[in-house]
Design a protein around this ligand. Sequence first.
Ligand SMILES: NC(=O)c1ccc[n+]([C@@H]2O[C@H](COP(=O)([O-])OP(=O)(O)OC[C@H]3O[C@@H](n4cnc5c(N)ncnc54)[C@H](OP(=O)(O)O)[C@@H]3O)[C@@H](O)[C@H]2O)c1
Length: 345
Amino acid sequence: MRAATQTEYGTPDVLHVRSVERPTPGAREVLVEVHASAVTQGDRRLRAADFPGISAVFGRLLFGLFRPRHPVGGTMFSGRVVATGSEVTRFAVGDEVFGSVDRGAYAEYVAVAEDGPVARKPAGIDHAEAAAIPYGAGTALTFLRDLAEVRPGERVLIVGATGGVGRMAVQVAKHLGAHVTAVGSRDAELSRALGADEFIDHTAEDFTARDARWDVILDTTEGDHFRAFVGSLTDTGRYLSLYLTPRLLVQMAWSALRGGPRAMGGVALGSREGMEDLRALVEAGALRGVVAQRHPLSEVGAAHRALERGRLPGAVVVEMTRDRGVPRARPVPAGNTSFAVAGWF
Ligand SMILES: NC(=O)c1ccc[n+]([C@@H]2O[C@H](COP(=O)([O-])OP(=O)(O)OC[C@H]3O[C@@H](n4cnc5c(N)ncnc54)[C@H](OP(=O)(O)O)[C@@H]3O)[C@@H](O)[C@H]2O)c1
């Protein structure tokens, strides 16, 4: 099969589309023919070994000390099940699914644990839109619903509302019944269309200078800003940072003990339940993936460069089926986990 591989950490130039062995699903895995994979800041960090905050210490230990342990990148996918392991009960050949994996989604096929972060693709959206959902929306759900326990009527402010996580956080906060303030420097109309009640341009105004308080501030920007933002939180306010630093860890412990506004942080890990929730939200019309650019797999490097330039009004997605002259793979019978047909170039 064709896959975007990297044998070293570095710029988008380290990504090369090559022919590699197709994964064989284990007993409790399904083999997914990938139609689309979203390119995310998480993918960029893994490509460049740019592990943020305290994860700089163990990032390379986890993902490869000198070079990536798993050469095929890509973490988000939407596609179709083409084979199932012998013990799989949740999915069948032909099911359209979306979800996330640790590595391996920039490929024509990826093996996915049936109990991992995967669910049936929401009806009525294409694979690129579906692939654009799990990264930001999964993170937003974990932080806003599970960690901060946002309640209807609360005021939520999202710093970086125009980014990959922020666009989804606006929608999730709105769905939870919050009054949503989006902070960014562009795409104000898109933010409003996604559910923001107001938009603050951070290049023109510092929201902390306002005589206003928020119940929750979700900060998607680099660094920890609890001290800078705490004056804008209510007495029971929660500051949520996507960026874990040693100082934030101390602030999390101290604010939990002391009472008053809390500092909170963590890492959002995908789950089966979380993916089922995202599917339900999309099908209920509460959430949508926003796609700004679609690239063929052969242009995965260009897709990463576009992500790095930033300021895009939506996700960058790689579509495996867009490369001209590449025959589509044929489906494989259920239970057949060791086949050799399908996919060549
Ligand atoms: N902890 C976790 O589990 C987790 C999960 C997912 C992502 N992350 C991390 O979260 C971070 C954000 O990811 P992302 O995909 O959303 O990144 P992104 O798409 O690059 O978005 C970042 C946003 O930050 C905004 N921004 C930059 N400076 C700002 C400022 N001074 N004030 C307000 N907004 C500012 C930008 O908005 P404008 O362009 O409009 O200025 C941009 O849209 C990354 O570091 C990523 O690694 C962590």
